[in-house]
Design a protein around this ligand. Structure first.
Ligand code: GLC
Ligand code: CA
Length: 543
């Protein structure tokens, strides 16, 4: 029987599994996360903006990604990098206006790129008109859209802010209000139907403007224990991976109904999707947010949290494949984002960290599912040291300086080797975060010309991933032998092995296959084997 006939006789579902081209784009998309404030400044005020991003779309298309997710672009109180939103259906004047966003979406579409926006439903800015109305009048209808408690000596319970300190602050008239993040980010009360109704309006506002979906901030939040009971355990000040010790603040069962409703809304708009930030310790719990009638995807943060360790990586990959597989959702792999130290630095810094980040990129891009790349990781940017006086992150301030904060992974992008690295036009104001003196060494312009650069590696990897469905859309099987991690990615016509040497000795991989791509020129192929030095990876096509 011909292949074509065989395909016609299978069910639609099987066809989709066997033929990635028929499957929705987001299941295997490479999504590039744009930190808007730091991407490209068009008007010289030292702040990245939508027109700047628009001018750099050809770069993203050349790089070979499928979509971009833009960190919050909304008018904001500026207390948490835009995650404190004052108006959900507008654009912050720092970034442009709604027409700029529409123009961006249109240009992106012409280049074959989708645009995904960030939406923040757990909390608003304290500058939001609702919170202002609630402050002015405790009886205002807006007051029930937040969590207020009557004036008293002690806060209503033991809940802590993820950024440090208590999760309750006082209003000028002595009431308490809840903020699981900064005090400028009051938590919304999702038990008030006006909240859900307004977010539905917001989703439609942007979907009607042609965006392809949303990344949902703190999607495991929204609802809190209705009786505000104390959390049972010790608070751990990490951003990712909450467990039973915070049972009253996160992961309440009611939240799943919100995602069911949001799924219905996006289902009205073809080819759109929602990806949730779900920072729960148990991957099975995370996957539940991506059941067929909920969000399309939820981030898998296990690799982002793993050190350079074979078992940690293998377990991260296996547990995610199992968990998401059990609900029929693709895994959304993440190695870097705007909340975590840069990969190169996490993996040991310098040449060592860079070698490992190169190998990790090949690992992530081989795995079935979608892959989220954080702007600047394709350049191998390290975590920058930001002087305390230039820091903006509330984590730094609320921890009394004990935690460095996240500014160091949010430095403006280096585009060329001029003094200002091409982030702003000549003669512009200082960039909103200081750019390290050696940043031009990482510039896009130089790396484009260098066949051995991180950027060239990413570009080749993305081109191969698009050309070989075994990569990104195959069936994956994970294997470890000592410090060698192997992922067998089986496609219809080809199996590609991604082999990563996480140990300290060179290993010989027996194969008659062909090396599609290696993370380093030190990877050598000879008759019947490939020599893989420490901290390198290779993609080997077995047929
Ligand atoms: C998410 C964002 C982070 C933000 C927090 C509060 O974790 O990724 O940047 O600070 O939510 O909105
Ligand atoms: Ca600007």
């Amino acid at each position: 029987m011909s292949r074509r006939l065989a395909t016609m006789r299978t069910s639609t579902e099987q066809q989709v599994a066997a033929h990635p081209s028929l499957s929705p784009w987001w299941r295997s998309a490479v999504v590039y996360q744009v930190y808007l404030r730091s991407f490209a400044d068009s008007n010289g005020d030292g702040i990245g903006d939508l027109a700047g991003l628009r001018s750099r779309l050809p770069y993203l298309s050349w790089l070979g990604v499928d979509a971009l997710w833009i960190n919050p672009h909304y008018p904001s109180g500026g207390a948490d990098g835009g995650y404190d939103i004052a108006d959900y259906r507008a654009v912050d004047p720092d970034y442009g206006d709604v027409a700029d966003l529409e123009a961006l979406v249109a240009d992106a579409r012409r280049l074959g790129l989708k645009v995904v926006l960030d939406v923040v439903p757990n909390h608003t800015s304290d500058q939001h008109p609702w919170f202002q109305a609630a402050l002015a009048d405790p009886e205002a209808p807006e007051a029930s859209r937040y969590h207020f408690a009557p004036a008293s000596e002690e806060p209503p319970n033991n809940w802590r802010s993820l950024f440090g300190g208590p999760a309750w602050s006082r209003t000028p008239d002595g009431r308490w209000y809840l903020h699981l993040f900064a005090p400028e980010q009051p938590d919304l009360n999702w038990r008030d139907p006006a909240v859900a109704a307004d977010f539905e309006k917001t989703l439609r506002f942007w979907l009607d403007r042609g965006v392809s979906g949303f990344r949902v901030d703190v999607a495991y939040g929204l609802f809190k224990d209705a009786e505000l009971r104390d959390n049972p355990g010790t608070y751990s000040p990490t951003l990712f991976g909450h467990g039973p010790e915070q049972a009253m603040t996160w992961n309440q069962p009611e939240v799943h109904d919100v995602w069911r409703r949001w799924r219905e809304i996006t289902d009205e708009y073809p080819d759109t999707m929602i990806v949730g930030e779900v920072c729960l310790a148990d991957p099975q719990e995370v996957a539940l947010y991506s059941r067929p009638d909920e969000m399309h995807q939820s981030f898998c943060f296990r690799l982002l949290k793993s050190g350079w360790d074979t078992e940690a990586f293998a377990d991260g990959v296996r547990s995610a494949l199992d968990a998401f597989g059990s609900v029929g959702a693709p895994v959304s792999w993440v190695l870097g984002n705007h909340d975590k130290d840069r990969q190169v630095t996490r993996f040991g810094g310098g040449a060592l960290g860079t070698a490992r980040a190169r190998a990790a990129a090949l690992l992530m891009l081989s795995l079935p599912g979608s892959a989220y790349l954080y702007a600047g990781d394709e350049l191998g940017l390290p975590q920058a040291v930001v002087p305390d006086e230039a820091k903006t992150d509330p984590i730094f301030f609320r921890s009394g300086g004990a935690r460095a904060g996240r500014d160091g992974c949010r430095i403006p992008m280096p585009w060329n080797d001029t003094a200002g690295v091409g982030f702003s036009p000549d003669g512009a104001a200082d960039p909103w975060l200081p750019i390290p003196a050696d940043w031009s060494g990482y510039a896009v312009s130089a790396q484009t010309r260098d066949g051995g650069s991180m950027l060239t590696l990413y570009r080749r990897a993305l081109a191969l991933r698009a050309a070989h469905p075994a990569l990104g859309s195959g069936e994956a099987r994970v294997e470890t032998a000592g410090d060698v991690l192997t992922v067998h990615c089986a496609g219809d016509d080809e199996t590609v092995r991604c082999v990563v040497n996480m140990g300290t000795e060179t290993v010989l991989v027996r194969t008659t296959g062909t090396v599609l791509l290696a993370s380093s020129t030190s990877v050598r192929q000879s008759a019947g084997s490939i020599a893989l030095p420490p901290n390198t990876a290779a993609w080997i096509s077995e047929d």
